[in-house]
Design a protein around this ligand. Structure first.
Ligand SMILES: O=C(O)[C@@H](CO)OP(=O)(O)O
Ligand SMILES: [Mg+2]
Length: 431
């Protein structure tokens, strides 16, 4: 049922809410036609790329200015004044208006954290107006449930251990459904907890920002061995593959053009060699941000040499122009898709289309600073992307996404398809 006339925005209201790190972020209510009210939150990154759309923070506090009252004020003042009472034909028209109101290339005047929650709340309200869930309002044929890239060991900027690589990931590709994929993931997580307790003692179960364990270790090989052990102990060795988010920009020194990995200094070639060894030894089928955020050539070299999924995050920042550059250079073959890196839903959808057109895969992603807002669950199904990265299945801001996916799987019934084939089947034997 599609209402015949275009909706009118009758209310826009922002407030400050807290994310999972206890830091303020922006929540927006948006109402259409005095009847359809929707809410959306904006998440926040910690290991951000330098080319992301700008998030406005207030400044001035001892902790570096984490407040978002400026962004909240922009929504409740200038943006609400410009939008309330207006009729909006489409998401694209609204987003174009938001972009024009900000007027800067990086959304630095009003802030991506002011614009995006308006864009997302509009998408939800427009879907509600048609009586459909968001994933279906965006794509009538939506039916693919994503394989989860489950980040069970945290390092880098997300944890207080010495592991440089940010995320050590297991992917239950052999599961038959979303429900089964999450059951496996939880059992693997519990098995990992037991192994860590036995190996590292009392502080073993510290966790990082995305709910994965953050044991005190520094070598990624050790983290991968622990994860393999946990998968085997849980009984899923034949159904799982592995991945990394190296987030290497954050352990790269531009002054020397060198990386420091577990105390060792490596140039680009040595680091690429190291990845090839890790891939061969540990059944790794996907690596995100293996090289620093400006090294298009390095990405291209590893993409060619490895033959696996190489995911661009800080390199491409969900920005169609940077994606075009990466595609032309062969720098990666997969896009990490984060709506707040670009700041409106339409631009993010353009980014996903650009990636799909180029034959790249798309991995829909959380941020490390999340709220309970589960919108990426609807978005990953709408895109049919087949892969989601949304942390360990043990903390509310992450389980919100997983639980929404379970509900969508139920709603889709017999038409639902779990994308276990989005990544290659296990290549390893005997680990
Ligand atoms: O690097 C990443 O992929 C993300 C999410 O996992 O981290 P952050 O949100 O801190 O940028
Ligand atoms: Mg990343």
């Amino acid at each position: 049922m599609t209402p015949s006339s275009a909706p009118t925005i009758t209310r826009v209201r922002a407030r400050e809410v807290l994310d999972c790190r206890g830091l303020p972020t922006v929540q927006v209510d948006l109402e259409l036609d005095g009847a359809h009210l929707a809410t959306a939150d904006v998440p926040s990154g910690r290991s951000t790329g330098s080319n992301e759309a700008r998030e406005l923070r207030d400044g001035g506090s001892r902790f570096g200015g984490f407040g978002v009252l400026g962004a909240v004020g922009a929504v409740n003042g200038e943006l609400a004044d410009a939008l309330v009472g207006r009729t909006v034909d489409s998401q694209r028209e609204l987003d174009a208006r938001l972009i024009a109101l900000d007027g800067t290339p990086d959304k630095g005047r009003l802030g991506a954290n002011a614009l995006l929650p308006i864009s997302l709340a509009f998408a939800r309200a427009a879907a509600a107006r048609t009586g459909q869930p968001l994933y279906r309002a965006l794509n009538a044929d939506a039916h693919v449930l994503p394989a989860p890239l489950v980040n069970l060991i945290n390092g880098g900027k997300h944890a207080s251990n010495d592991l440089d690589m940010q995320e050590v990931i297991v992917i239950p590709v052999g599961a038959g459904s979303m429900l089964e994929a999450l059951q496996w993931s939880t059992e693997i997580d519990l098995a990992l907890a037991e192994i860590l307790l036995e190996r590292f003692g009392k502080a073993a179960l510290n966790t990082g920002d995305e709910g994965g364990f953050a044991p005190q270790l520094s070598r990624v090989e050790e983290a991968l061995e622990l994860l393999h052990e946990a998968v085997a102990a849980a009984g899923y060795a034949s159904g799982c593959v592995y991945g990394l988010d190296a987030a290497s920009t954050h352990w790269y020194d531009p002054a020397t053009d060198r990386y420091t990995l577990a105390g060792e200094t490596l140039d680009r070639d040595a680091l690429i060699e190291r990845y090839l060894t890790l891939i061969a030894d540990y059944g790794i089928v996907t690596i995100e941000d293996p090289l620093q955020e400006e090294d298009f050539d390095g990405f291209a070299e590893l993409t060619r040499a490895s033959g696996i999924q190489i995911v661009a995050d800080d390199l491409t920042v969900t920005n169609p122009a940077r994606i075009e550059r990466a595609v032309a250079a062969g720098a990666g073959n997969s896009l990490l898709w984060k709506v707040n890196q670009i700041g409106t839903l339409s631009e993010a959808l353009d980014a996903a289309n650009a990636a799909h057109r180029a034959g790249w895969t798309v991995v829909v992603s959380e941020r490390s600073g999340e709220t309970e807002d589960a919108i990426i669950a609807d978005l990953v199904v709408a895109l049919g992307a087949g892969q989601i990265k949304t942390g360990a299945p043990i903390r509310g801001e992450r389980t919100a996404k997983y639980n929404r996916l379970l509900r969508i799987e139920e709603e889709l019934g017999a038409t639902a398809r779990y994308a276990g084939d989005a990544l290659p089947a296990p290549a390893l034997s005997g680990t």
